[in-house]
Design a protein around this ligand. Structure first.
Ligand code: FES
Length: 194
């Protein structure tokens, strides 16, 4: 495992929920609305300048952790292959209510390079942890190419936040409404209305 990946895993593997995450991660504060506005759901901005492949940044939106992950070129390519190789493509659920129109593609994102999801398991609300080593645990589905593993009951999500059907999470991780303000800024909580 290379050094950057190991560091990323160490930095992100201990997250157990919103409270724990807040203690471990410095929430991005390039734009911080008032506490009252945040509780009411105000949009929050996240600075993605200088992000490296495999790096994750997080911002709190409506009391939930929103993850931005910069995917590696290999992860981007892998997501394109997964649908084609699955015997049952429907096994990767993608309910429309969790996926804005601009993210209804194989990456579930506006830009293939950046994943933007609510970092909460859709089963009972635990926080999935990064687990990139496909095949590292025999209990994992052999079609799963790595991504995120929920420590509570074993749901596996790929690098687009899609859950594999044989685990208890009923839905993919939510893609929040978001939009790019520039090449280095994402606004979470608002999007461009069609
Ligand atoms: Fe994630 Fe149960 S809370 S699998």
């Amino acid at each position: 495992m290379d050094k950057d990946r190991r560091n990323w895993l160490i930095a992100t593997s201990a997250v157990g929920g919103v409270g724990a995450a807040a203690a471990l991660y410095p929430f991005v504060d390039s734009f911080q609305p008032s506490e009252r506005a945040k509780a009411a759901g105000a949009a929050v901005e996240i600075d993605i300048s200088g992000m490296q492949p495999d790096e994750m940044r997080m911002v709190e939106w409506r009391g939930k952790p929103v993850w931005v992950v910069r995917r590696t070129p290999e992860q981007v390519a892998e997501l394109s292959k997964i649908d084609a190789e699955l015997a049952d493509p429907d096994s990767l659920r993608d309910p429309a209510q969790f996926t804005p129109p601009y993210a209804q593609n194989q990456w579930r994102s506006i830009k293939p390079e950046y994943m933007v999801v609510v970092g909460i398991c859709t089963h009972l609300g635990c926080s999935p942890t990064p687990k990139f080593e496909a095949g590292a645990q025999p209990s994992l589905p052999n079609t799963w190419q790595g991504g995120f593993l929920c420590p509570c009951h074993g749901s596996t999500f790929d690098m687009a936040g899609r859950v594999f059907k044989n685990k208890p999470a009923p839905d993919n991780m939510e893609v929040p409404p978001h939009m790019y303000l520039s090449d280095t800024k994402i606004l979470v909580g608002e999007d461009k209305k069609a």
